[in-house]
Design a protein around this ligand. Structure first.
Ligand SMILES: Cc1cc2nc3c(=O)[nH]c(=O)nc-3n(C[C@H](O)[C@H](O)[C@H](O)COP(=O)(O)O)c2cc1C
Length: 180
């Protein structure tokens, strides 16, 4: 798939075919996502894949009480990716001080770059994804996320059962300016 076409045709997919995802396909996607840029090449983003249908159902039911809409989507996913990032590296010097005034928030920036790369690679493999930022805090304990990691987001995956139109995008005239 041509890159710009892939960027433009990737959609958030919230309904999936009843078809399993081969683990080797997910390995290929992560091996592409590994090429995402990161703060001083710290590569802090990690992907924990839940592909046991019973566990996915449990997460959908018990860990999205703050936003049941996401539970409905997770319940249909064939794989659920818990994206974590190692704390204390992005934006942080060896002596523990922050490099910039944005302090530790570069962790989220790095994870964002990595997750978009992951989603684009999944799209190239014919898989649909949706990033989720809303889930119950207790999910970190259920997934036994270590103290030195941040649970950044979830990504639902599956072969798309729908092909939604792109939500409206802002025009270049609004998005772009050239400095005087
Ligand atoms: C940081 C972030 C958090 C998101 N959280 C959710 C979410 O909790 N649930 C959901 O259904 N979609 C979520 N989305 C998907 C957005 O709604 C979606 O990207 C946006 O509507 C544009 O649609 P598109 O991805 O098809 O272009 C999230 C996207 C991002 C980048």
């Amino acid at each position: 798939m041509e890159l710009i076409e892939g960027i433009k045709t990737r959609r958030s997919i919230r309904d999936y075919e009843d078809r399993p995802i081969d683990r080797s396909v997910i390995e290929d996607i992560v091996s592409a996502a590994a090429f995402a840029p990161s703060w001083k090449n710290t590569q802090v983003t990690r992907y924990m894949v839940i592909d046991d249908p019973e566990k996915i159902a449990e997460i959908a039911k018990d860990y999205t009480t703050c936003f049941a809409y996401n539970g409905n989507t997770i319940g249909k996913a064939k794989a659920l990716v818990a994206v974590t990032a190692i704390k204390g590296r992005s934006g942080v010097e060896k002596d523990g001080s922050f490099t910039t005034k944005r302090e530790a928030s570069w962790l989220m920036f790095d994870a964002g770059c990595a997750v978009q790369t992951f989603c684009l690679a999944a799209h190239e493999k014919g898989l649909g994804t949706v990033i989720m930022g809303i889930f119950d805090d207790s999910l970190s304990d259920y997934l036994k996320i270590p103290e030195d990691r941040e649970l950044v987001c979830l990504v639902c995956m599956g072969y798309p059962a729908v092909s939604p139109d792109a939500p409206k995008r802002k025009g270049v005239d609004e998005l772009l300016s050239f400095a005087e």
